[in-house]
Design a protein around this ligand. Sequence first.
Ligand code: GLY
Length: 599
Amino acid sequence: MPLHSKVRALGLALLLTITAVGLSAWTTAPSSSRTASSDAATAPAPVPEYAENGMVVSAKRTASEAGVEMLKKGGNAVDAAVATGFALAVVHPFAGNIGGGGFMVIRNPDGSVTTIDHREDAPSGATQDVYLDDEGNAARTRSRRGYLASGVPGTVAGLLKALDEHGRLDRATVMAPAIRLAEEGFPLPHALAEDLNDRYRAFAEFPVTKAYFTKGSASSKYRTGERFVQTDLAQTLKRIRDEGKSEFYEGETASLIAEQFQANGGLIDEQDLAEYEAVEREPVTATYRGYEVHSMGPPSSGGVAIAQLLNAAERKDISQMGFNSSATAHYLGEAMRRVFADRAKWLGDPDHVQVPTEGLIQKDYMQQRMASFTSSRVTPEDSIRAGEPMLTGESMETSHYSVADSSGMAVSVTTTLNSGYGSKVVIDGAGFFMNNEMNDFVLKPGVPNQFGLSGTKRNLVAPDRRMVSSMSPTIVEDPQDRLHLVIGAPGGSTIITTTFQVIMNVIDHGMNVEQAVTAGRIHHQWKPRHLSYEEFALSTDVVRNLRTREWDVTKGVFGGIPQWGRAQGLRIKHPDRPDQVRVFRGSSDPRGPGAAVGF
Ligand code: GLY
């Protein structure tokens, strides 16, 4: 999707502000109005949405509103998150889903934190050979398009497990907005109408997809504002509402999925679906300058990588070094290279391979990893390899939503079909897209996936195994143990670096959540060798400085089209004085058309 025009304006404002008046303007900028400025020398700072009772931030306004509808009915943050998740499956077919999977981090009102892993797993018939051609090369399209590309979906199991174990409202109530949106339809936003039209050729490859998500011919176009009704999806959601998890995994929907996958050369069968379970796991927790950062553990690499990056950043005075200065970009780029080298070697499904999570997130370990850092030049490419963490006994496209309620409960969810519209396969009679998550496995060691990420045998395709993810739903508590920030992002490999930089923008640079989400970003993932930067994120002289340090600096991820994650975040401002109230401040990334909605 092209960069939203707002981000260009804000990016330009960011650049002008930083170059004209320095970073201090950001920390002192007025925060009560989008346009007013009490200081003529500063550009107006973008400000977040405000609310006093709770907030939902997601990639679609209607989905955020579905969540807030639950808060208004007396539901908690989990009820709101589940309503938002099902609504996204209707209004955001690009990434919102019931045919994919994701990860959820939940902070309870008492401050305890848990996570629900509802990542897809490989069907029992999945082996490495399925994804290799006759010459033993990775047959990439098999894992990206069509019936072989899908893992067993986890979203319905994950959302309903969260609702059963942490929600207050019943299934019928939380699913009502999604069913309404599917049954009565919703006016097609311009971006979605255009995107569906642009994808005509890809969708027409699959007759069912062509029937549900095109107007039948390349010349017949969806129009902006046209009502988009999804009758079969509404029926599917109603069956799930009435019968619960067992309907999707053992009932009519399961039969539709299994029959169509078996008839079209896919792997998913009825037993794979019947055996699928969402798994509760411990969060990965890091401390950063007195804050506690809770994120998702394996099979996601997100929490481990963010903890490692924070451990590296904590060793420097990033605030004093300056936002996206040469010194900061150089140091963070070096940390990112080392962290992504570790990701490639060590991450896998913890139920199938040993992942040294504890060793990787130790502060001492990152100290060792950064020992080869020099401030004057980039570390030579061949000397960056994965580290050797202590082994302990422990066994583009995605979507994020952040929710918080008045009790201190918060939910951070990242969900995905993997690519936009996943495998492009729609289930006939059920009306939803299936994921292409099999591409997140290592198809062959050394062969990168669609995000350029490589890995080792720990992440090879194997029956029932969950593929490594970058999804990083995260919740941050302040040094007083109060809820501080709920954050996450889509964007393949940039999910990790986006989430990390938003956390640093808030804690180190004192940005409000809108500024933190909007600010330009850098990205390095070890391989390929580029230090990527977003348009306006680095000034010309910073780029020049980095090149003198021998960085291969490139605008846009991998030097190609921009695919920077669209973060969805909210921050809680606790009262400093007795006459103040606690305020929720939310921001949906201006790179996309989402919305923060509060009440
Ligand atoms: N499918 C993207 C990820 O899980 O990282």
